[in-house]
Design a binder for this molecule. Sequence first.
Ligand code: COA
Length: 172
Amino acid sequence: MIDIKNQQHLIRRVEFKDAEALADLKIRLSQETDFIPFLDIERDTLISHTKDELSQLLSNNRAIWVIEDTGSLVGYLDIDRYLMPKVNHAAFLEIGIRESHRGLGLGTNLILESELWAKSVGIKRIWFYVVADNLGAIILYLKLGYRFEGLRRNGYFVDGKFTDEYIMAKMI
Ligand SMILES: CC(C)(COP(=O)(O)OP(=O)(O)OC[C@H]1O[C@@H](n2cnc3c(N)ncnc32)[C@H](O)[C@@H]1OP(=O)(O)O)[C@@H](O)C(=O)NCCC(=O)NCCS
């Protein structure tokens, strides 16, 4: 468990008891942003899916952090490493912060925390896709040393519109 107090928000590793709150956070984020491709499924199904995921978290292969503010989850970061040898030096990152809590440095802190963990378990490469319109996120990633590696043309489809996605990565 990693505890960091940052502007009165607690950043900590997820626990099994957070499953329902994490599912609710993802539902809220999917209502607030078009930039994360969440599953369009019923709340109960998402909760049971999240419980399955949390019960299967393997200490060296996947880690999830949550940000807690007065008892509610307001953000999360999920970093998931490939299991297969030859590629398990690489991990895929996903992040989301509630609209009310953006711009406070929480995203930066979450990413830096995940990089420390990733280094400690031998991960060498962190990567993800980012929708080309998501300038705020792209600025944050560039500031933290992530670089463009490629483009997935029309990789994203939302509200009847195709958008390109960048592949971004950082060697750590
Ligand atoms: C992208 C996201 C994780 C950033 O988290 P955050 O906590 O708001 O980011 P931070 O406060 O740490 O921002 C750090 C820096 O990134 C840049 N940045 C972040 N959001 C920005 C925005 N909307 N516009 C311009 N710059 C932005 C700024 O340079 C900022 O530094 P500054 O505040 O000193 O100017 C958050 O906005 C989010 O969850 N968005 C919706 C979901 C999403 O897009 N996820 C990423 C999918 S790839």
